[in-house]
Design a protein around this ligand. Structure first.
Ligand code: PLP
Length: 387
């Protein structure tokens, strides 16, 4: 049997460059890593206990494919209160992490040959999903507009692709990798061009609970409820990355179709995780807030230190990343910079290239303050060596 006889939709997909880079530098036992978007907190005890209770209570049967009613009720209430969403339980599908929710959404909304606008730099999964669904990923550089997509950029992408019906746009707010958030006005400015051109919004709001400086979270679903699908989940807000729980919110009718795609892909998240997630949503708000406060302190410290070292950045307003421009004196691509930093100074940061911009590095502060300080020292030494 030959690999080239397998499905090229899969065999042509490059393995995650982010994971590959992280794996490479992890061979160094002394490496200090600020690479992955992986909270450095454990799952809160009461959520673990809820999972154990679900096991001992024999909650071991196939859950309904949309997710258990209790969890969809809890998600409806939690996200209404915390994010201002307006979705009832029958407009919510529980997915296997936000990633599977994104996959079911892409599969349902678009037909082969259609175009999806992806503001770059971007989380690489969107481009991969466009690829496996035979879509044209239209990467729009937002580095000229402080990493915020503008209506002019959307119109320019439409004009530049007359052969491709553009059917979707991905908005990641707060953004991975930039940490940038949209103001209410910036989001509202997109409404007319998206409505007039009947463009679906895939709104990835997985970092929406991690906002700093008193910022408020907005969602295009407020203005475009009939053409927005929101993806969210507990990976980042509740440090539950490995538990694999996410949510898709959408208008009646459309969400039923996304639920079908989801059912064929994976059936459901495990029953145990679903019951524990009810606990996370109903009694886990203080945990999420405690982590947010710690991330904010780290963000303030790291941004100030990086600026002292000569890195330029757009002030991050959320998530747990800083996307910093490599200082001119280095004359290096992002991969060269990250490789040298890891090899000589034992500090791991993500090159910007896999996100779509080779002039930057992404630094994750989902890591202890000690690690952040060690990383700053390593970067200071590297920069000193360039003078
Ligand atoms: N969306 C964005 C923007 C992310 O950065 C990530 C993970 O890093 C995900 C989705 C995936 O979330 P999940 O773990 O819920 O699949």
């Amino acid at each position: 049997m030959e690999i080239n006889e397998l499905n090229p939709d899969i065999t042509s997909v490059a393995p995650s460059a982010l994971r590959a880079f992280d794996h490479k530098i992890s061979q160094d036992p002394n490496i200090v890593k600020l690479t992955l978007g992986e909270p450095d907190f454990n799952v809160p005890e009461h959520i673990k206990l809820a999972a154990i209770k679900a096991i001992t209570d024999d909650k071991s049967h196939y859950p309904y494919y949309w997710g258990i009613q209790e969890l969809r009720d809890a998600a409806s209430e939690y996200y209404r209160e915390k994010f201002g969403y307006n979705y009832t339980a029958d407009q919510i599908v529980c997915s296997v992490g936000a990633t599977e929710g994104l996959a079911a959404t892409f599969k349902t909304l678009f037909k082969p040959g259609e175009g999806v606008i992806i503001p770059a730099p971007a989380y690489p999964v969107y481009k991969a999903l466009a690829g496996v669904n035979h879509l044209k990923a239209i990467m729009v550089d937002t580095s000229t507009s402080d990493f915020v997509l503008t209506p002019e950029q959307v119109q320019a992408a439409i004009d530049a692709n007359p052969e491709t019906p553009i059917k979707g746009v991905v908005i990641t707010d707060p953004c991975n990798p930039t940490g940038v958030i949209y103001t209410e006005d910036q989001l509202h400015a997109l409404v007319d061009v998206l409505r007039d051109n009947k463009i679906w919004v895939i709104s990835d709001e997985i970092y929406g609970k991690l906002l700093y400086g008193g910022a408020k979270h907005y969602s295009l679903s407020a203005w475009l409820p009939d053409q927005t699908i929101i993806v969210n989940g507990l990976s980042k807000s509740h440090a539950m990355t490995g538990w694999r729980i996410g949510f898709v919110f959408g208008p009646t009718g459309i969400i039923d179709e996304i639920a079908k795609a989801h059912q064929f892909q994976v059936t459901t998240p495990t029953s145990i995780v679903q019951y524990a997630s009810v606990e996370a949503l109903t009694h886990g708000q203080a945990d999420a807030e405690k982590m947010r406060v710690i991330y904010e302190k780290r963000c303030t410290y790291l941004a100030a230190e990086l600026q002292k070292l000569g890195f330029e950045m757009v002030k991050p307003g959320g998530a747990f990343y800083i996307f910093a421009k490599i200082p001119e004196i280095c004359h290096q691509t992002s991969v060269e910079f990250a490789d040298e930093l890891a090899a000589k100074y034992h500090v791991g940061v993500m090159p910007g290239k896999p996100f779509g911009d080779d002039r930057y590095i992404r630094i994750s502060y989902a890591s202890s303050m000690d690690n952040i300080k060690a990383a700053v020292s390593g970067m200071a030494e590297l920069l000193q060596s360039k003078k």
